[in-house]
Design a protein around this ligand. Structure first.
Ligand code: ADP
Ligand code: MG
Length: 662
């Protein structure tokens, strides 16, 4: 149901807005992130430092002590099992009791009949005991408000909940129906019903994921293509002429590509390698082989900056007879390029999202490579693939995941992994700074500038806004510009026009600007060898893999990179995450840590790509469910003559497409 149909109060509408809940489905699937088990604690079992739950009788009126900054401590006395207990609670300067002055306290026992409460309830204790869901909330939203929102939404729309998963699959795995599962995930009566709800909803998440993957491959993977034939000696010559020797792993990936090109099965391959492992060179060799077979090829990049950079590198490396073109939405020559593509007068085109406009036609498209694949939606990948009949498809990802995991995640998509780095890489020293400020490292930064190096300064937002409490690029630019004078500083972000972006990137590239204050538009691919220092503000706001990508920018040349992670977070888990980056530079380890900490949605970019994400599912623990759902996804795709199967499949597809970025 739409939010408007739910007729929510203004307050609840506001909550939905802040938590980005767009319809009843979003609300019902706003799952608790953990559960707390409340059981009554007898007085004789009170232990210092341990959690206690009990119901007492309020016997003194509460007194409140106020601190600075709207903070307070409220204390009152209750009688419990003939004992007088003093209860304190922070920042809740009001206390309400229920019938007969009864009040339920949940808190920690401090000894001497003192309890620090984390919450209290003016309710019958039996309503509190049992399993309690805990939601992840934002400031100003209370647990109880979410719980009530979920329950009232459930009441209003429970009869419209349709279980799309085909019944035979549910029966086979002994899974409960969706309606019950959704209720029990929020209000489990006991741990068994919670377990059943989880099993059902996890299965659904994985099944959706694998079905979307099947869709992505195209159900027509039985369709054969024309084998590509070319003179291998020509390709060898090309590889010899590259400015460096390919690493062993690059060669293996090239070999995989060659085999796929020569096969009559369309290629659908993921090439994954750490930042800087040299995926571009592999793409170049692949596209050249495709050219030699008489086909056009396309390389799509997620940003204009990156597309431009690839274009220049292709111009450099491709033999003169290969006609290379650039197609981005801001390119003035666009219509000319399109004409040439349709007439077959361009052999290799590099571009951005602009490549899959309908107006782009190829004479004979044979290969598509998507760089930094996670930035593309399902829709776009398919759109481009559908532009030709014998199209081989490669995805290149810089957030590599361990091979075994990749295999289980991507099913039977072929995977080439570049694990070794080109020799001579100096790596990167990463330091955590416990302040969201550069004051302490200004001398170090100036020293690097004096040595002739250049610096990136990264912020997570362009401008300051009400909803954003961190540092913004524009503000940093304004406040830092004088600090490093006479060195020149420039500001780069996604809202600039592409001419402005080009201008700034080339100034930085030519060392006419020494310090680039930027948002994450430089995250992927950008290659300025003399820039060896990176400062990341609000590092706690970024994912590990994202920071790893970012710092990949400062280890491109012959100098060792330096990266400073600025964050004043007090959260021990967040600190631990940032420490992972300081202790290893291995992208595989980092994405594994990230996967464990955050779930795969962000890492695989499935959030942007339109693939369903796993909220509940855990890649490391749910291997049985993963295997089952993977098999079932296949089964559904193979039996699309069944009405319930096709219905489910189409609904997944529709959702995946809607969610991909346009
Ligand atoms: P990524 O895998 O992150 O896309 P790139 O393809 O941009 O990495 O390569 C990073 C840098 O390494 C480029 O400057 C490229 O020229 C260089 N490079 C790639 N392969 C090799 C190699 N085999 N030996 C030396 N340098 C290489
Ligand atoms: Mg790259």
């Amino acid at each position: 149901m739409e939010l408007s149909q739910l007729k929510l109060t203004a307050k609840r509408n506001e909550i939905c807005k802040r938590l980005d809940l767009k319809d009843s489905d979003d609300i019902l699937r706003y799952y608790p992130f953990k559960y707390e088990q409340y059981s009554l604690t007898a007085y004789k079992d009170f232990e210092i430092g341990e959690k206690v739950v009990f119901e007492g009788e309020l016997i003194s009126s509460p007194s409140t002590f106020r601190f600075k900054g709207n903070r307070s401590r409220t204390s009152f006395k209750v009688l419990y099992e003939e004992e007088v207990i003093t209860v304190s609670i922070f920042n809740r300067p009001w206390v309400k009791s229920g019938a007969d002055d009864k009040i339920v306290i949940v808190g920690k026992y401090e000894g001497n009949n003192k309890v620090t409460a984390t919450s209290f309830y003016a309710k019958d204790i039996n309503e509190i005991l049992g399993i309690n869901p805990i939601y992840s909330i934002r400031e100003g939203i209370k647990q109880n408000e979410i719980k009530k929102l979920v329950l009232s939404t459930y009441e209003k729309c429970k009869d419209t909940i349709i279980d799309e998963i085909p019944e035979d699959l549910l029966n086979e795995h002994h899974l409960i129906d969706l309606k019950t599962a959704l209720y029990n995930i929020h209000c489990p009566a006991d741990s068994l019903s919670l377990k059943k709800a989880l099993a059902r909803l996890k299965y659904e998440e994985f099944l959706r994921f694998y079905l979307a993957l099947e869709a992505l491959k195209g159900s027509g993977n039985q369709v054969l293509k024309e084998k590509k034939e070319f003179d291998i000696n020509e390709l060898k010559k090309f590889i010899k002429k590259l400015p460096f020797d390919l690493t062993a792993d690059q060669m293996l990936s090239v070999q995989d590509i060659i085999n796929d090109l020569r096969s009559d099965k369309p290629m659908y391959r993921l090439i994954q390698g750490d930042v800087g492992s040299g995926k571009t060179a592999v793409a170049e060799v692949g596209l050249y082989a495709n050219y030699l077979s008489g086909y056009q090829g396309a390389l799509m990049a997620p940003t204009e900056i990156l597309a431009k950079q690839h274009y220049l590198s292709f111009l450099d490396i491709m033999p003169k007879n290969v006609r290379v073109g650039l197609l981005t939405s801001s390119n003035k020559d666009n219509s000319l390029i399109k004409d040439k593509l349709s007439r077959g007068e361009i052999d290799i085109v590099i571009g951005t999202h602009a490549l899959f406009q309908e107006s782009v036609e190829f004479k004979k498209l044979g290969m598509v490579i998507a760089d930094e694949q996670h930035r593309f939606g399902v829709k776009q990948r398919r759109a481009l693939k559908d532009k030709g009949e014998s199209v081989d498809f490669i995805l290149m990802s810089a957030t590599p995941i361990p091979r075994t995991l990749a295999n289980s995640l991507y099913g039977d998509m072929s995977i080439s992994t570049i694990e070794t780095m080109p020799i001579g890489r100096k790596g990167c020293d990463t330091y955590r700074i416990n302040k969201n400020s550069i004051v302490d490292i200004i001398p170090d930064l100036k020293k690097k500038l004096d040595e002739g190096r250049q610096i990136y300064i990264i912020a997570s937002a362009i401008e300051n806004s009400e909803s954003y409490a961190g540092k913004d690029a524009t503000g940093l630019y304004n406040s830092l510009i004088d600090v490093f004078a006479p060195y020149k500083m420039a500001l780069l972000h996604g809202k600039l026009s592409s001419e402005e972006k080009d201008e700034i990137m080339s100034l930085f590239n030519d060392n006419k600007v020494q310090i680039l204050v930027s948002t994450t538009v430089v995250e992927v691919g950008v290659n300025v060898k003399n820039a060896t220092v990176m400062v990341i503000y609000d590092a706690d706001r970024f994912g590990l893999s994202q920071i790893h990508q970012l710092r990949g920018r400062v280890q491109r040349g012959n100098y060792k990179g330096t990266c400073y992670l600025l964050s004043d977070t007090k959260d021990p888990d967040t600190s631990k995450r940032l420490e992972v980056l300081c202790s290893t530079n291995d992208g595989f380890k980092i994405s594994e840590a990230d996967l464990k900490l955050r779930g795969p949605g962000d890492i695989l970019g499935t959030r942007q790509s339109g693939l369903p994400t796993f909220v509940l599912g855990n890649l490391f623990e749910d291997t049985k469910i993963i295997e089952a759902s993977k098999k079932d996804a296949k089964r559904i795709v193979e039996n699309l003559d069944r009405e319930d199967y096709i219905h489910f499949y189409q609904s997944i597809l529709a959702k995946a497409l809607i969610k991909s970025i346009d």
